[in-house]
Design a protein around this ligand. Structure first.
Ligand code: APR
Ligand code: PHB
Length: 394
């Protein structure tokens, strides 16, 4: 089997890259370890930056997003029993975000790919990249009981944090940067109307909470919980009670509760690997970096990596510009580190790091009070939240 770009992983990174390349006539094959149904069953993020919305349009998958997505022009910060609105559009000269679930983005991309007749091999086992530092790399894997060799020009490692791509780079050629936080997020999805039209990020002495949504009838809520907490110990009732305790009284009074349709705990982590390329392998999205979810940046960073690699591949195949290849990593990392900073900052400012009131908790309150009372502070939050501009290759 032969293709131009072999893509490992059919998450949002792999599917979006595949679709964009396909529309430019660049042949690609996606190889995915899981089944399509399994990929669609993962509940993940839900806030899209304008840059990602534009990229999805370029990929031709905007129809359902425009019909069902919810444009948001602001969100709320809650601390010290106060509610402060961050007016994204006013502070950024008209930018906003789109609330549309990653699951829906993935579904739209899968359908577009099937309609385009491009190849995705699901349930591929033992995927292995080879000869990355040569001019003719290839993948091997097992599919439907057959061993397949997929020859290609380039490999896009879109296989997430636990994927094989990053692990195929010799250890001495990369450096990892990591920060682990001493808590996780317990998330609940429920078919109940959202408590508010806009997202609410709430700091509280019992721990952080977030009120988000997927639609006018489906809500997504999160609670900061200790790392050793078990989902089984959280009945729906306990979750709702705890959420109410962490929200201002007027918000808690409006909360509509109901049975959860998904409940899971995710640890919080900041992680970056440098560089994001080795020979003809490029790392994209979660394969190269993780952010804590507090800034809603994970999926959006994956999209900006895809944007960079896509434009790079178009230059290579349409203009013969192979000289730009070496710039992939540095171009991506410039924007990644800024998103890492924002996610770390929001996490540090809004979560509870100690059971007692201490110097740190006073600093958090002073910082929240300062940034929300200053036009410059509010602009800093807003311009990072809607997404910093994409970096260009040259
Ligand atoms: N071989 C083939 N496929 C693999 C392998 C492997 N060895 N390892 C992982 N995969 C697949 C996974 O099954 C998954 O479908 O790669 C895909 C990676 O998808 P994601 O983890 O969703 O990563 P990505 O596509 O980069 O999406 C961006 O950022 O913050 C998050 O919520 C956000 O999940 C989103 C991610
Ligand atoms: C979500 O809706 O899942 C969500 C929204 C905003 C975040 C994180 C998660 O910052």
């Amino acid at each position: 089997m032969k293709t131009q770009v072999a893509i490992i992983g059919a998450g949002p990174s792999g599917l979006l890259l595949g679709q964009l390349l396909h529309r430019q006539g660049i042949d690609n094959v996606i190889v995915e370890r899981r089944s399509g149904e399994y990929v669609l069953s993962r509940i993940r993020a839900g806030v899209l930056e304008q840059g990602m919305v534009d990229l999805l349009r370029e990929a031709g998958v905007d129809q359902r997003m425009d019909e069902e997505g919810l444009p948001h022009e602001g969100f709320e910060l809650v601390f010290d029993n106060r509610r402060v609105r961050v007016a994204l559009d006013e502070l950024t000269g008209g930018s906003k975000v789109m609330v549309y679930g990653q699951t829906e983005v993935t579904r739209d991309l899968m359908e577009a790919r099937a309609a385009a007749g491009a190849t995705t091999l699901y349930e591929a086992e033992n995927v292995q990249p080879h000869d990355l530092d040569s001019d003719s790399p290839y993948l091997t894997f097992e599919h439907n009981g057959e061993t397949i060799r997929l020859e290609c020009d380039y490999i896009a490692g879109c296989d997430g944090y636990h994927g094989v791509s990053r692990q195929s780079i010799p250890q001495e050629r990369i450096k990892e940067f990591e920060k682990v936080y001493p808590f996780g997020w317990l998330g609940v999805l429920s078919d109940t109307p959202p408590v508010s039209d806009e997202l609410i990020y709430a700091s509280h002495e019992r721990g952080f909470s977030l009120c988000s949504m997927r639609s006018a009838t489906r809500s997504r809520y999160y609670l900061q919980v200790p790392l050793d907490e078990k989902v089984e110990d959280w009945s729906d009732e306990r979750f709702w009670e705890e959420l109410k305790r962490r929200l201002p009284d007027d918000v808690a009074a409006k909360l509509v509760t109901g049975p959860s349709i998904e409940k899971s705990i995710a640890p919080l982590r900041s992680y970056v690997v440098e560089p994001m390329q080795y020979g003809r392998l490029f790392l994209v999205g979660d394969a190269a970096h993780i952010v804590p979810p507090t800034g809603a940046k994970g999926l959006n960073l994956a999209a900006s990596d895809v944007n960079t690699l896509y434009r790079l591949m178009v230059k290579v195949y349409q203009e013969g510009r192979t000289d730009l290849i070496e710039r992939y990593s540095q171009t991506c990392l410039k924007r990644i580190w800024k998103a890492e900073r924002f996610s770390w900052w929001m996490t540090s400012m809004l979560h509870n790091f100690s059971d007692e009131e201490d110097f740190n908790s006073r600093m958090q309150l002073a910082e929240l009070d300062y940034v929300t009372s200053s036009k410059a502070g509010m602009t800093t939050i807003a311009e990072n939240y809607v997404g910093l501009p994409y970096e260009s290759l040259e």
